[in-house]
Write a protein that binds this ligand. Structure first.
Ligand code: G6P
Length: 370
């Protein structure tokens, strides 16, 4: 096992550090920047289904559901196809309206999650075209879908998903750009600039890992006694906030809640005092001014702010108690980049609390029962 961990203390840390490679592997053979194309046979063979779909319904559980939420932002923005994102367990039990004009995408690392599988079967019975985004090759979900794209993240052993999540985001980004280019919503110049930016994401993740590895350990030390955490973000980074909070609660057992930053005033603000740590994702592109006022509201109530900002940021950084810098990207890529230091922060808080990060209590890597 020590050998499999490749010198890292836990699989989770190894998998966090593998992300430049896993994202690269997921894009390999698909993203051909020099030729200006995205090659995805699963999408291309059925592109008319997607193009003419009434809507795309994404179904998933856990971390994969968070990837799905970001997929909604991506596909609606770039391909202009309406998207709904559903928890598989809710979808299957509420007599959903599905027709043969719908495309259903299931996202699942393991490809074995019982609720996702059952929801897919239901969609298939009702005539929808079903598409899979799985990490495990030849898994049950991969086998029953009409078509799909594998995330080539490699085996993920840590129960808390890290590299599978960023690989799912990579696939969803490729799908959104490919469909947008095909249906004419994404012009050639913008397409070209987005794909070259995507191509450079693995390098940016590498930089983020080296720039934040020690820093997140320092920050983690100050919060080992915390009992609650709030994670806030807007737009693309709202689901990234949900995922940041999920990582922390899964492995450290600290209660953490993710929220859209603007919704803070409809509830969570009542909880803010000097004992409440608040992680806020505040990149330059993405409602930055609004986030600045959210941070002001938090500081007025003495909350402890851990801000994830772009390099060179001033306004939020001046107010924050802790600052984590990430490189600037187009808004659609910021959840991939911002998630990395949040994974590290959750990891180190859990490690310093003595938790078993690879196998947290009560959780399973793949939930094959209801
Ligand atoms: C479990 C795992 C999570 C995962 C979820 C969905 O809860 O602990 O890490 O996100 O199942 O799993 P899937 O394999 O369908 O992505």
């Amino acid at each position: 096992e020590q050998i499999e961990k490749g010198g890292y203390e836990h699989f989770m840390l190894k998998e966090i550090f593998e992300q430049p490679k896993s994202i690269h592997d997921t894009m390999r053979g698909r993203l051909l920047v020099d030729e200006g194309v995205i090659k995805m046979a699963g999408i291309w063979d059925h592109v008319e289904k997607f193009k003419n779909a009434n809507r795309i319904i994404i179904i998933a559980c856990g971390t994969s559901w968070h990837a799905g939420l970001i997929g909604e932002y991506l596909i609606e923005e770039y391909a202009r196809i309406p998207v709904e994102v559903e928890y598989a367990s809710e979808f299957r039990y509420r007599n959903p309206i599905i027709t043969d004009k719908d495309v259903v995408i299931a996202i699942s690392q393991s490809g074995e999650t019982a609720d996702t599988m059952a929801a897919l079967k239901l969609a298939k019975e009702k005539g929808a075209f079903i598409y899979g985004i799985c990490n495990v090759v030849d898994s049950s979900i991969a086998r029953i879908t009409d078509a799909g794209s594998y995330t080539h993240a490699g085996p993920e052993i840590g129960v808390a998903s890290t590299k599978a999540f960023t690989a799912q985001l990579t696939i969803l980004t490729l799908i959104a750009f490919k469909l947008g280019k095909h249906n004419g919503n994404l012009g050639n110049a913008e397409f070209m600039s987005l794909i070259s930016e995507l191509d450079a994401i693995p390098k940016k993740i590498e930089d983020v890992l080296s720039a934040t590895h020690e820093l997140t350990q320092e920050i983690a030390k100050d919060f080992i006694g915390a009992t609650n955490f709030l994670y806030l973000g807007r737009g693309y980074n709202y689901p990234a906030a949900l995922e940041g909070a999920l990582k922390l609660k899964e492995i450290s057992y600290i209660h953490a809640e993710g929220y859209p930053a603007a919704e803070m005033k409809h509830g969570p603000i009542a909880l803010i005092d000097e004992n409440m740590p608040i992680v806020i994702i505040a990149p330059k592109k993405g409602h930055y001014d609004k986030i600045v006022s959210n941070v002001q509201e938090i500081k007025a109530r003495k909350g402890k702010v851990i801000a994830v900002v772009n390099k060179g940021d001033q306004q939020v950084s001046a107010m924050a108690d802790y600052v984590i810098e990430i490189p600037e990207t187009s808004e659609c890529f910021s959840p991939i980049v911002a998630s990395v230091p949040l994974q590290l922060l959750a990891y180190y808080i859990a490690v310093y609390r003595g938790a078993n990060v690879d196998q947290p209590r009560n959780l399973a890597k793949s939930v094959t029962v209801e």
